[in-house]
Design a protein around this ligand. Structure first.
Ligand code: NDP
Ligand code: ZN
Length: 350
């Protein structure tokens, strides 16, 4: 064991504050990482504030981690000291179930061990995330950062990137498909870039007319202001896919109307009951599909990093001093970030 430092919430209502805590020494298959950058995901806010009802305190968020390997266990073969590596939302899984065998560790039938607020499979301790100077993770869950990627802007690929890439890939988005991205925050702006790189015609649905120009700069061909009924109705029956990153309950019915028959509405932002209810006719009468998707497997996380390097895709980031993390949360809730905060861990000192 050794002493690490980081920022954690002690309860759902207290701001994040600096803490000292114990991290394990590397086990035989572990990689120890000095964290250089960590992205700030809206899930961090949901969890710190126990909005999903599953938080465990102290809760140290952070699952868009980029850093340098400082030590490896005796059996590690994939990474060596000095390598630049990443850790995303998961740090372990059962590794033997059907999902794990299919490289879909995120759907592990026993439940994956998440990077924070989940019991470690070996010692039962509460996992602590990347708002920290270091982390120790089993090598299977550590990915390589391609040399071509700038480190800080690569960090959000570990969650915002893979979460938007994976469903677009799974549903086979291809050249000419009409894809709508709902919400332009951390996930949404990456969704625009990936759908565009896959050859789709991309439309951003946003509440904010002021984001239109920015969205075009990200690669969107069209923008629909979702609060404007006339614009929503004009898009009836148009889209093949909708990728929905909106982090709060919202009415899906007007969006389903914009899908063509066989269209797919993919939820990634919502893990609460849908409210107001979906009118089943909107699915039945058009053979439309309402779907969900969770991050991506480890192999696919490596794939999306390589895809970003190959297609020159990076995340638009605002560098954050960790001492401003609580203000950053307030700004994210207000939609005031372009488009991902990334903590510069050099600012973490106790
Ligand atoms: P951000 O806060 O960065 O962006 C969310 C965007 O949604 C905003 O920019 C805004 O876009 C839109 N939005 C926000 N509030 C509302 C509202 N009240 N009504 C309508 N639209 C709204 O969040 P992230 O991109 O980091 O995360 C999005 C969601 O995805 C979160 O719920 C997060 O927990 C979840 N998530 C899911 C994962 C998965 O594996 N399924 C993985 C990672 C995150 P605009 O201003 O353009 O309307
Ligand atoms: Zn995330």
């Amino acid at each position: 064991m050794y002493t690490a430092i980081g920022y954690a919430a002690q309860s759902a209502t207290t701001p994040l504050a600096p803490v000292k805590f114990e991290r394990r020494s590397p086990r035989a298959d572990d990689v120890a990482i000095e964290i250089l950058y960590c992205g700030v995901c809206h899930s961090d806010i949901h969890q710190a504030r126990n909005e999903w009802g599953i938080a465990v305190y102290p809760l140290m968020p952070g699952h868009e981690i980029v850093g340098k390997v400082t030590a490896v266990g005796a059996n590690v073969t994939k990474h060596k000291v000095g390598d630049l590596v990443g850790v995303g939302c998961m740090v372990d899984s059962c590794r033997s179930c059907e999902a794990c065998q299919a490289n879909l560790e995120q759907y592990c039938l026993e439940g994956p061990t998440m990077t924070y607020a989940t019991p470690d499979r070996v010692d039962g301790s509460n996992t602590m995330g990347g708002y920290s100077d270091s982390i120790v993770v089993s090598e299977h869950f550590v990915v390589r950062i391609p040399e071509k990627l700038a480190l800080a802007s690569a960090a959000p690929i570990l969650c915002a990137g893979i979460t938007t890439y994976s469903p677009l890939k799974h549903y086979g988005v291809k050249a000419g498909d009409k894809v709508g991205i709902l919400g332009m925050g951390g996930l949404g702006h990456m969704g625009i870039k990936f759908a565009k790189a896959m050859g789709a015609e991309v439309t951003l649905f946003t509440r904010s007319a002021s984001k239109a120009e920015e969205a075009r700069r990200q690669g969107a061909d069209h923008v629909i202001v979702s609060t404007d009924d006339a614009q929503m109705q004009a898009a009836a029956g148009y889209f093949d896919f909708l990728l929905d990153t909106i982090p709060v309950q919202h009415d899906l019915n007007p969006y389903l109307d914009t899908l063509r028959f066989d269209g797919v509405h993919i939820l990634v932002g919502l893990i609460e009951p849908v409210e107001p209810p979906v009118h089943a006719a909107k699915l039945v009468l058009g053979r439309r599909v309402l779907a969900g998707s969770l991050i991506g497997g480890i192999a696919e996380t490596q794939e999306v990093l390589d895809f970003c390097a190959e297609h020159n895709i990076t995340c638009d980031i605002e560098m954050l001093d960790i001492r401003q993390i609580n203000e950053a949360y307030a700004r994210m809730i207000a939609g005031d970030v372009k488009y991902r905060f990334v903590i510069d861990m050099a600012t973490l000192k106790l």
